[in-house]
Design a protein around this ligand. Structure first.
Ligand code: DX5
Ligand code: ZN
Length: 213
């Protein structure tokens, strides 16, 4: 089980320290939520900010692009040090092309769906991607309540992977705490994103460990 703390809930005034702290606490990925105020009703940070953090840590940079027409920002995201670049199915007319664009830059490609989008929308790209992210809240903000009905999509993805021999990791994002983490693991998640649950606790190692159980 991999844990990906979401930087969105870190203290932005001391970002470098926050990142070093969760790395020492045993995080696997750093989940980086890029928001453009268009695809989602919030603005966060972009490649200039996480690029500045790149030399500070060897954590895997797991970039979740909540931006309209993400093809415009793939290159900048890759150059800033992303390892995994995940794009929303709902944000582009050309999901297959964007995935190819990410892979051509030598990065791992992920695709993500909102709670209102079915797994079937991804059928044509499941063989191409390294990661599938299931939103367990509507994207835009940290600290929202986990939507339980999204768990069916996690088990569906797990079954499809077995059936077809696909290689993607299954990641969940939104409202993950010690209780909902257990439900996600049971459904078949490989990577848990967690923002407010981890960053609101002073002992980040205890918080991360509590999600792995
Ligand atoms: C929501 C973001 C999430 C968010 C998760 O749009 O994609 O990554 O930071 O935060 P919590 O864990 O607080 O729901
Ligand atoms: Zn996210």
């Amino acid at each position: 089980m991999k844990i990906a703390p979401s930087m969105l809930s870190a203290n932005f005034a001391t970002l470098a320290d926050e990142i070093k702290n969760i790395e020492a606490a045993g995080a696997d990925y750093l989940h980086i939520d890029v928001m453009d105020g268009m695809f989602v009703p919030n603005i966060s940070f972009g490649p200039m900010v996480f690029g500045a953090l790149r030399p500070m840590t060897s954590l895997i940079f797991d970039c979740h692009l909540m931006v309209q027409d993400p093809e415009r920002y793939i290159e900048a995201t890759a150059l800033a040090g992303a390892d995994i670049i995940t794009v929303h199915y709902e944000a582009t007319k050309h999901i297959h092309r964007v995935i190819q664009q990410i892979k051509a830059l030598g990065k791992k490609a992920g695709v993500v769906i909102n709670p209102g989008t079915p797994v079937a929308a991804l059928n044509a790209v499941l063989s191409e991607v390294d990661l599938v992210l299931i939103m367990t809240v509507n994207p835009g903000f940290g600290g929202q309540v986990f939507i339980e009905s999204t768990l069916k999509k996690v088990s569906k993805l797990k079954d499809l992977r077995t059936e077809h021999g696909y290689h993607y990791e299954i990641e969940v994002d939104g409202g993950v705490n010690a209780e909902t983490a257990r439900q996600c693991i049971e459904a078949g998640a490989d990577v848990l994103v967690s923002g407010s649950y981890i960053f609101n606790q002073t002992d980040r190692k205890a918080a991360i460990d509590s999600l792995r159980i």
